[in-house]
Design a protein around this ligand. Structure first.
Ligand SMILES: C[S@@+](CC[C@H](N)C(=O)[O-])C[C@H]1O[C@@H](n2cnc3c(N)ncnc32)[C@H](O)[C@@H]1O
Length: 213
């Protein structure tokens, strides 16, 4: 099977199973491997860069009794497959840039969250250095959300394009979480340089390694 056919088979499977994007299989694999969502009372999840909505649909379908899923994207969600789930009381969507103050305010007051997931990615330019830098900025913002609005013990999964500067980001994850992993799901496009950083068990008080120097 050619790599093109293989890519297409993920998308076909997504359509067949009622998801607008193949990316759902990346979240599914990470959740099954790392148990990202550990539902308790009043459990809330935040989905950064949620459009067209596969990750949100996965969470709502699999963990329908969660208290709230808050999602944000600059683009609208697809309503093609949601069968009313995006209209329920336990779902909140805001369209906008999650780095902006008004969006942050809206999301902050709906937290704290038990899990934050970020599949946010920049529009790619074809220049690897530009794309990795933009992706790193989004990943740093996702980590800042986790630092501010993730409950102690909570999980974080964020996407980043691998580049020279991602080591520093990973180090910050290691400082803030009981365990930190870098993981490439099978559904990532062949040759893509995206990877997911996963933090499990957010610590109560972040350790500051800078104090060592
Ligand atoms: C790969 S897609 C996400 C796919 C989604 N997880 C799903 O399964 O349907 C990446 C998304 O990140 C969004 N994005 C990038 N930067 C953003 C920002 N600063 N604020 C909000 N959304 C952003 C893009 O608009 C895009 O829809």
């Amino acid at each position: 099977m050619s790599s093109y056919e293989k890519l297409d088979s993920w998308s076909l499977r997504a359509q067949k199973e009622g998801y607008p994007a193949r990316s759902v299989y990346k979240l599914k694999e990470m959740d099954e491997k790392f148990r990202l969502f550990r539902l308790g009372q009043n459990y809330r999840v935040l989905d950064l860069g949620a459009s067209p909505g596969s990750w949100s649909l996965y969470v709502l379908r699999r963990y329908g009794n969660l208290r709230l899923l808050a999602a944000v994207d600059m683009l609208p969600l697809s309503r093609r497959f949601d069968r009313g789930l995006f209209g329920r009381d336990n779902f909140f969507f805001i369209q906008g840039d999650f780095s902006s103050a008004p969006v942050k305010e809206e999301l902050a007051r709906r937290g704290p969250y038990g899990a934050i997931i970020s599949d946010a990615a920049p529009d790619t330019t074809g220049s690897r250095s530009v794309d990795t830098l933009r992706s790193l900025t989004l990943a740093e913002e996702a980590l800042a959300y986790a630092e501010a609005y993730l409950a102690p013990g909570g999980s974080l999964a964020l996407k980043v394009f691998q580049g020279e500067d991602t080591a520093e980001l990973f180090k910050r994850l290691e400082e803030r979480f009981g365990s930190a992993r870098a993981f490439k799901p099978a559904a990532c496009r062949r040759g893509s340089f995206e990877i997911y950083y996963i933090g499990l068990g957010k610590k109560n008080t972040p350790e500051r390694s800078r104090s060592h120097g």
